[in-house]
Design a protein. Structure first.
Length: 386
């Protein structure tokens, strides 16, 4: 019987195994209960069986690789650079992620073009902020005919109404690192639905990013709490720091309402001037996506510091001071702290008056020069007359 088993394995593996190994394999894999299966079988049948087993062993990993390759083809379209960066940190190389609004542009007044219709049409997933930020998106989606899934990444965040306009919401919840965790949770959940084969890796990156945001929160809490309460007045280009202000107990004011497109009145400017003079705020801050002209004017009129540039609606250049979401949050906190703890500019001393005697001397000199020139001209005319 043992020879029959050995014959089975010698035919299965050819003569590549030594005789002793063939006998050992036959003892392990062919117990007596399976003797009937180990009887001598025609070599041709054994070769077919071996080939079938080999192909079956290769198909399974091939199918797994094919599934992973298909997952890499997912196209994710975010409506701004902050959301795109969070998605990129979570998905890594397993998704192609693009921001519809480019770096440095304001999503409030974004004007999409034909190429944006193509981007939306090709997307598998659209990540949007909501909270009235992308008012232009509904029309764009309708015109594109896209079948992409849509997820609102602020789901679960209570909106803050600005109070300046009826039903006007501050959409900038991402500027609060604690609420930034909600963005991470929502985006991670959405990506795991569309990349189930990478759920474990996305989860690991989610945990890492949440830890970073907690570190930013602790850093910001420590910095802002060290500023005297009466000096925690943050004046920026537009109304974007409501969530940040609520979290860290700052009074938030702005030149423009939530959108820089809104009109600003003389009354608004007068109230800001009065606030600056009354509170003796030390700095006012421009923003990266908004023309700083009015902010500069307010700083100049009130002799206060023009603070460093804050990033609110867009990340900065990739390799710059606010090239990613975490760097942007650290930069904003440090810039606000430096501005609010700096020294107010001293008023210019009046320019020293020119002494009266010097003024009279200059006038006399000018008059003397004029008299000499007039006298010479008069002499020239006398010579011509002669």
């Amino acid at each position: 019987m043992q020879r029959g088993k050995a014959y089975f394995f010698s035919q299965l593996f050819g003569k590549r195994l030594p005789r002793g190994n063939i006998l050992l394999a036959s003892k392990i894999f062919c117990p007596d209960i399976l003797n009937a299966l180990c009887n001598p079988i025609k070599p041709a049948i054994l070769r077919v069986l071996a080939t079938t087993l080999l192909i079956a062993g290769m198909i399974s990993p091939l199918q797994a690789n094919t599934a992973h390759s298909a997952e890499k083809e997912i196209v994710v379209l975010a409506t701004n650079t902050i959301i795109a960066d969070i998605a990129g940190q979570l998905a890594g190389d397993y998704a192609k992620i693009t921001s519809l609004v480019p770096r440095g542009q304001d999503p409030h007044n974004f004007d999409p073009g034909p190429s944006d219709l193509v981007k939306i049409s090709n997307a598998d997933l659209i990540l949007l902020n909501g909270m009235q930020l992308e008012t232009w998106l509904v029309s764009l989606i309708r015109r594109s005919g896209t079948q992409a899934a849509r997820d609102t990444v602020t789901s679960g965040i209570a909106p803050i109404y600005t109070g300046q306009y009826e039903a006007s919401i501050d959409p900038h919840a991402w500027l609060d690192p604690v609420l930034g965790k909600t963005y991470v949770e929502n985006i991670a959940a959405s990506l795991k639905k569309h990349l189930p084969g990478r759920a474990g890796e996305i989860e690991a990156k989610r945990s890492k990013l949440l830890k970073k945001l907690e570190e930013v929160h602790r850093f910001t809490e420590e910095k802002i709490s060290s500023i005297p309460e009466e000096e925690r007045i943050l004046i920026t280009s537009h109304d974007a720091f409501r969530y940040f202000g609520d979290r860290y107990q700052l009074r938030v004011e702005s030149v423009f309402p939530t959108s820089a497109d809104a009109e600003i009145t003389i009354k608004d400017m007068a109230e800001l001037n009065n606030l600056i003079r009354k509170t003796e705020v030390k700095a006012i801050f421009p923003e990266s996506t908004i023309n700083p002209r009015l902010v500069r004017q307010l700083a100049s009129d009130n002799r206060i510091t023009l603070g460093g540039k804050l990033y609110t609606d867009s990340l900065g250049e990739k390799d710059g001071e606010a090239g990613d979401y975490i760097s942007m949050l650290y930069h904003n906190t440090s810039t606000i702290f430096d501005g609010l703890t700096g020294q107010r500019l001293e008023a210019k001393k009046p320019e020293q008056e020119v002494p009266l005697i010097l003024t009279l001397g200059i006038v006399a000199l000018l008059m003397g020069s004029f008299f000499i020139m007039w006298h010479q001209m008069d002499l020239g005319h006398g010579k011509k007359d002669n």
